[in-house]
Write a protein that binds this ligand. Sequence first.
Ligand code: NAP
Length: 256
Amino acid sequence: MTAPDAPARRVALVTGAARGIGAAIAGRLARDGHDVVVLDLDADACAATIATVHACGRQALALAADVSDERSVAMAIEAATAALGAPTILVNNAGVLRDRTVAKMSLDDWETVMAVNLRGAFLLSRAVQPGMRDAKWGRIVNLSSTAALGAFGEANYAAAKAGIQGFTRSLALELGRYGITVNAVAPGFVATDMTRAVAERNGMTFAAMEQEMLKSIVVGRVGAPDDIANAVAFFTDARSDFVTGQTLYVAGAPRG
Ligand code: NAP
């Protein structure tokens, strides 16, 4: 029998969970007692995350899907529901960069970043709603970024991540009555493949980039994926049901 104050087992779906922050979130949600759907572009790339979830004694499912594609998202939710049950925790984590100044930015750079970071969150949040409403319980957490406050050479990404915050607040208004909370986490600089690629594109070593970033991080270290997973876990906790429509900056310094 479940102890009275033990958290209920839920099915969580994390997008972009093959690596980086998404993988850490999937692991944390498994440690918190949930089964996890690990969604990414390539199902084989999800193997390590799946192993982490299994090591926590939870069920896991790897799903290949493109979050920016309506049909792909619909098929993923159908497959997840058939295998593990309707997801009642959704973490919209998948994201991409196409950094250029606006003068040099192609329409494709703009559209790709909007499609993955913003449209993806819309498509997934819409697709999980029937299951969450049936359960009269849900947690949606969207990944924003400190870039939402303005970032040189990232106008597309900044617009998408600022858009995430407006989307989060609006969806929170729509879903509160169904027991569904919607919040956002806005990371600062976190060491992942994404930031390693930025360093490489800028012709810097990762260590040099970290030193540069540390100038504006007051806690004296750069972020780790688990720092972000911890914030997501706060929002997904059953006891956080009075917290909705918020964006939490997790950046090692005051932001926002
Ligand atoms: P990452 O290391 O680049 O991982 C992102 C994952 O998302 C990859 O596995 C990628 O797959 C997947 N993905 C990309 N496009 C997708 C699509 N259309 N459908 C499904 N999956 C897709 O990124 P990260 O650093 O962990 O970042 C995770 C989230 O945090 C993103 O939303 C990012 O914008 C946000 N964030 C990160 C930082 C940071 O400092 N790292 C700061 C602020 C916000 P492929 O490998 O196949 O491309």
